[in-house]
Design a protein around this ligand. Sequence first.
Ligand code: C2E
Ligand code: MG
Ligand code: MG
Ligand code: MG
Length: 288
Amino acid sequence: EAKAAGRGRYVFFAEHMDDSIRHRLDVERDLRAALAAGDEMRVLYQPLYSAQAGKITGAEALVRWHHPQKGLMAPSTFIPVAESTGLIEPLGEWVLEQACEAAVTLPLDSISVNVSAVQLRNTKFAERVFEILDLTGLEPSRLELEITETSFIESAATCQPNLDLLRKSGIRIALDDFGTGYSSFSHLCHFDIDRIKIDQSFVNAIDVREGGSAIIQAIVDLAKASGMQVTAEGVETSEQRSFLQKAGCNSLQGYLLSRPVPLEQLTGMLVRSKGIRIADAVEISDLE
Ligand code: C2E
Ligand code: MG
Ligand code: MG
Ligand code: MG
């Protein structure tokens, strides 16, 4: 009996492993094809709002994959495969180009693009970014690259030359998902970072955890004392919003304010908001 159960378990486990390997290979093959065909990937844009005035000041590019059989796939299902196969490089550059091209015509202070540690480790990365800026005509000061803490921990030495080149050109660097990595606070002192993005897990803790708001306040105060801007991610309730405003965050991002939207919709939101010039509005509304 025990033997049978044991064997059953083994078979189950083996099948399960087999599935995950097959899944990974499927994703890799399909991702390669998608990048070659070029019509399954989309970039959505989630607006960033100034905390005080509530105006759209920027937007974050977030990639989506419309798989012909599997439908809409979230980044968490394919970014890890893209990273382990090197496909993150062409994918990341494509997203960057789309985002820069979009930002040139939009009345945004800046456009934010996520960068994987794998990209940052390539000694040619900064050069590729400069080529894309040249190609699209976007000012370096209007581009913000979002990097996670793992980039710093796992490969600080290999990433540093790229980061130096990027910052020297005027591109800004944001530390994404702040607080989820280990020794987060030591990074604030050791690297030139323009902005931190407080992870949504901390924002959620404002409502539920005793002391949750004290932690956020401490993060905001420390970042500001170090000369950094602060964005809070994953703002879902008006209670969270008013706390984050009072705490001194510079900008807010989250479903309460807007979900990630297609470019046409972002354009429409900007046209309707007061910050836009009439001449731009006429041009842009033609696109809708
Ligand atoms: P991230 O850069 O931290 O992006 C924020 C994620 O939180 C996005 O998920 C966004 O849709 C989601 N989000 C925004 N507001 C809220 C909210 O109020 N509540 C909740 N529950 N979620 C919210 P998404 O688009 O699924 O992306 C997940 C992650 O995938 C991103 O996290 C980023 O690390 C990665 N990613 C997305 N696009 C790219 C890309 O082009 N390149 C690279 N390297 N990574 C990307
Ligand atoms: Mg991000
Ligand atoms: Mg984040
Ligand atoms: Mg994240």
